[in-house]
Write a protein that binds this ligand. Structure first.
Ligand code: ADP
Ligand code: MG
Length: 600
């Protein structure tokens, strides 16, 4: 079995990991370091450097060094204007749908740029494992939408990786801690990285992770702490430093910050400027307190959105390099009233969890299902007990789809929307998720109302279904949780069944559909016979209609959809001239009404 690696493609740092003999571990690069800074630098000759090497030359090559590319994944220029204002990148024209960055006269899309990082991780993994690596699981923030997830998959493909699964970062972190073994519980994942802060509330039930809510701040992270310290240094300098000196200050404060996570005091040492400053942890804490405070509001919001309170949280998981800071741990512990998990390296846990997920896919464990794709098709019941699929199985979430339906009975004022899940063709073989009614539709002829049914699964895996009658605007909706309570075996069985019964199912479905159509045609014909235009037909024409009607009524009970369709065709043919007459009459009447109205 080919190995599958787990990859954390981060905004600031990226890592690759694998499960070996049941134990996940991160793989180091040639430089012996496991973190690969998500930085790519180009030079005129076309040479590309990735990671530490690229970060080193960031100042000299500032316009040709790309970082934070994750912010641009799956986005067009209008989505990222705010980010662009803060980054020194040149944008190529034609960036509406996919943003393109211009580097030495060549345009690069974010997936292409991310692919450089992925290729580096792939190479590192291959060197460490001594074999080719093609299969990968890649993590993304829980709030990533379909476009962003797709862009991440594309990046993998470009890098020569087969991306078997996209996993939510908080889910991966929980897997790294083995929390799935507990089967039940509510988990808060607090992820404080380099430039972003994310909080996710997950619910674990029967070993299935579900994201209940996410919140955060896309511009809050360790970088802000560095900036705070840089400002402190600058305020104490006599001269204004140039870009190189600022870079030297940045390095120095970063070192001091990291040391203060381990020690009670440190020194900010910028030799180039002859600047040295002793800093105690409590001085440091006072400086960063407001920054940490800014992470707590989203935490409260996420709990509120998930409909829970701090005591409902069973586990708190710390993710991201900035959670090494003792004050961060303290504040988070105070907020949730629970000691957070910090046993694993916080900058490695996402990659470790991705490796656990990879191991599950490789067959290491088969008792888990993650809610990152819709495992079963979703749809609604239509006439005759048929399941009309709206979102197919394995669609990556979030997903949405819209379809038009109509009424089957004349004057129908209520429509029942029965939401179903499953791979079979018939309602009786599917799982019922929810039902609701669209009420008070004004009475209309069958087939006349235009009911738009919209399915939406948001990034949290929550399905909402809405129905709207387009002529009147009548609207109803419901929220359902698609896979809640369904075990992996059930899902598997439903998929297997769908193959086994596929042929019989399709035949049964076609018969039902043909019968439904026949009923509609018969009803329309019966109404046409009452119309005064009917009297304008010849007796031959009238006879043919009667004969075709009787023939269709007789054929209706046949179990052969082709026979029913033939009978429908015959009746449709027989009523063609009648339909034409009625239509013409209706049109001239409408025109007359219009004229009257216009004169008024
Ligand atoms: P991301 O997920 O955004 O790619 P990481 O989780 O790797 O980023 O976090 C990177 C951030 O963590 C940087 O701002 C870095 O300075 C910070 N960091 C790493 N180690 C420590 C430490 N020991 N103390 C404080 N901050 C740290
Ligand atoms: Mg991260």
């Amino acid at each position: 079995m080919a190995k599958i690696v787990g990859i954390d493609l981060g905004t600031t740092n990226s890592l690759v990991a694998i499960v070996n003999d049941g134990v996940p571990k991160v793989l180091a690069g040639r430089d012996g370091m496991t973190l690969v800074p998500s930085v790519i630098s180009f030079d005129e000759s076309g040479a590309v450097q990735v990671g530490h090497a690229a970060k080193e030359t960031q100042v000299e090559k500032s316009r040709n060094t790309i970082f934070s590319i994750k912010r641009f994944m799956g986005k067009g220029i209008d989505d990222v204007r705010e980010d662009l204002a803060l980054l020194p990148f040149e944008v190529a024209p034609d960036s509406e749908h996919i943003i393109r960055l211009k580097i030495f006269g060549r345009d690069y899309t974010p997936p292409e740029l991310s692919a450089f990082i992925l290729r580096e991780l792939k190479r590192n993994a291959e060197a460490a494992l001594g074999e080719e690596v093609v299969n990968a699981v890649i993590t993304v923030p829980a709030y990533f939408n379909d476009a962003q997830r797709q862009a991440t998959k594309d990046a993998g493909r470009i890098a020569g990786l087969d991306v078997l699964r996209i996993v939510n970062e908080p889910t991966a972190a929980s897997l790294a801690y083995g929390l799935q073994e507990k089967k039940q519980g509510t988990i808060a994942v607090y992820d404080f990285g380099g430039g972003t802060f994310d909080i996710s509330i997950l619910k674990l039930s029967e070993g299935i992770f579900e994201v209940l809510s996410t919140s955060g701040d896309t511009h809050l992270g360790g970088d802000d702490i560095d900036e705070r310290l840089i400002r402190l240094v600058m305020s104490e300098l006599k001269q204004t430093p140039d870009v190189h000196q600022i870079q030297a200050i940045r390095k120095a404060v970063n070192l001091a910050k990291e040391e203060l996570s381990r020690k009670d005091s440190s020194q900010i040492a910028v030799d180039a400027l002859g600047y040295h400053k002793h800093l105690t942890r409590s001085e440091f804490n006072a400086l960063i307190e407001p920054i940490i405070e800014r992470t707590l509001t989203p935490c409260r919001q996420a709990m509120k959105d998930a409909g829970i309170k701090a005591p409902d949280v069973d586990e708190v998981v710390m993710v991201g390099g900035s959670t090494r800071i003792p004050l961060v741990r303290e504040r988070v512990q105070d907020l949730f009233g629970r000691v957070p998990h910090t046993e694993l390296n916080p900058d490695e846990v996402v990659a470790l969890g991705a490796a656990v997920q990879a191991d599950i896919l490789a067959g290491g464990k088969r008792d888990m299902l993650l809610l990152d794709v819709t495992p079963l098709s979703l749809g609604i019941e239509t006439v005759g007990g048929v399941l009309s699929k709206i979102i197919p199985r394995n669609s990556t979430i979030p997903a949405s789809a819209t379809e038009m339906f109509t009424t089957f009975v004349d004057g129908q004022t209520n429509v029942k929307i029965h939401v179903l899940q499953g791979e079979r063709e018939l309602v009786k073989d599917s799982r019922s998720l929810a039902q609701f009614e669209l009420k008070d539709i004004p009475p209309m002829v069958a087939g006349m109302p235009r009911i738009e049914v919209k399915f939406l699964i948001d990034a949290d895996g929550i399905l909402s279904v809405s129905a709207q009658e387009m002529r009147t605007g009548k609207y109803a909706s419901i929220e359902v949780k698609p896979t809640y309570g369904l075990t992996d075996e059930q899902v598997e069985q439903m998929i297997l069944d769908s193959f086994e019964y596929a042929e019989a199912d399709i035949e049964a479905r076609q018969v039902i559909e043909a019968r439904n159509e026949a009923q509609t045609v018969l009803a329309a014909t019966a109404k046409g016979l009452e119309d005064e235009e009917y009297n304008n037909l010849s007796s031959d024409e009238k006879e043919e209609i009667t004969a075709a009607t009787q023939y269709l009524q007789k054929t209706l009970s046949a179990e052969d959809h082709r026979a029913i369709r033939d009978a429908i065709d015959r009746l449709s043919h027989a009523t063609m001239r009648l339909a034409e007459l009625i239509m013409n009459a209706a049109i001239s009447k409408a025109l007359k009404d219009k004229r009257v109205r216009e004169i008024q």
